[in-house]
Design a protein. Structure first.
Length: 361
């Protein structure tokens, strides 16, 4: 029998037109869920009986509320795992908040609902009162701490390692379906296919090689994997961050430059000069309070985000992704005189002649 597994919810795949080159499409697929570097991700723990799901009680016609709250010990494990990721020196940071409206990541502990997380920026699609992450079993046992590291890996934009096309895993499909249909997962065939058997696009995965030691790799018992031969007896990752895990997140989120970014002055464009995956950061100190537009120019695919500085840290205000389209990113937002804002632009790819640029007006 297999262990308890993370179950990702199916999200609509990005729709790209047939006119996109393979290089341009690959850049979009690899980066579309990743945060812009320098983002402060605020996380909130649901707590108490008022937060939870309303589910029907079979045979009664009534409903009951299932709490999303978790105990202090459970929350402490998750806090510790956020610190472990951040202590790698990545350019993202994590801050716990007590107001769910301030949080990009909202964490529940509903037993029986499995452990799962939105992947990267998919968390922004969730409603303000909805979970973006859940832990469906006790995390207190040392062997289950890896679950929290794994789900935070998803929140950073990482996907399941065993689904990498570079893994070369040949499955006994029917054995996998039968095993996951039983306890403790009780998965249907569609969930099993989506989370285990389905191979990812080469551009989606967490690197160009398979890492069987990754925190994003499931453990598997014997009898499920046919090839490679050395894994017929099972696959047993250690449940810790591997060297490749650390290299991946540091490549996407290198240590933040602590110096103040250059100013983006209204009506003055700034050339970007970025390569694929690179990012430019700016500050905006508006000379008057009004609605402004922040936009990019040039034949490029990019994501731009505006943050407002509050209590000394950037809070997400608005963002726009023009990836895969022929239009440029434009963000309209009300900026207030006397406050400081940050504009971060990450390039997927530049696919035409001429320079790319950003301007605020």
């Amino acid at each position: 029998m297999t262990g308890r597994y993370c179950s990702l919810a199916r999200q609509p795949a990005p729709a790209f037109g047939p006119e996109l080159t393979a290089e341009r499409r690959g850049a979009l697929v690899s980066g579309n869920r990743m945060w812009v570097n320098g983002t402060v991700l605020h996380y909130y723990f649901f707590d108490g009986d008022a937060d939870g799901s309303v589910i029907p009680v079979p045979g009664t016609g009534s409903v009951r509320r299932v709490s999303w709250g978790g105990g202090q010990e459970q929350r402490d494990v998750v806090r510790d795992c956020f610190r472990e990721w951040q202590d790698l020196g990545i350019g993202l940071s994590f801050v716990e908040v007590g107001d769910r409206s301030e949080a990009e990541l909202r964490i529940g502990f509903q037993r029986g609902d499995g452990s799962w997380s939105a992947v990267g920026r998919d968390a922004l699609r969730a409603g303000q009162h909805d979970r973006t992450m859940n832990f469906g079993w006790d995390l207190a046992a040392p062997a289950d701490r890896g679950t929290a590291l794994h789900e935070i890996g998803h929140a950073l934009g990482m996907l399941h390692e065993h689904q990498s096309p570079f893994a070369g895993l040949a499955w006994d499909d029917e054995a996998v379906y039968a095993d996951l249909a039983g306890p403790p997962n009780f998965w249907g065939r569609e969930t099993t296919y989506f989370n285990i058997l389905r191979r990812l696009d080469p551009d989606e995965v967490n690197g160009s090689v398979w890492d069987p030691q990754s925190i994003m790799e499931y453990p598997f018992p014997s009898g499920l994997i046919l090839e490679p031969e050395q894994f017929r007896g099972g696959l047993h990752p250690p449940g810790t961050l591997s060297t490749v895990d650390k290299e991946f997140v540091l490549r996407w989120y290198p240590p933040a430059d602590r110096s103040r970014p250059p100013a983006l002055v209204p009506f003055r464009s700034v050339p970007l000069g970025l390569g694929p995956g690179e990012q430019a950061d700016f500050t905006v100190e508006p000379p008057e309070t009004r609605e402004y537009t922040v936009g990019t120019f040039g034949a490029s695919d990019a994501v731009a985000v505006v943050f407002e500085e509050r209590d000394g840290e950037p809070r997400y205000l608005a963002g726009r992704d023009d990836g895969g389209t022929d239009r440029n990113t434009t963000i309209r937002a009300r900026l207030v005189k006397g406050r400081r804002y940050f504009v971060r632009v990450r390039l997927y790819s530049a696919w035409g002649p001429g320079e790319t640029a950003v301007m605020c007006w």
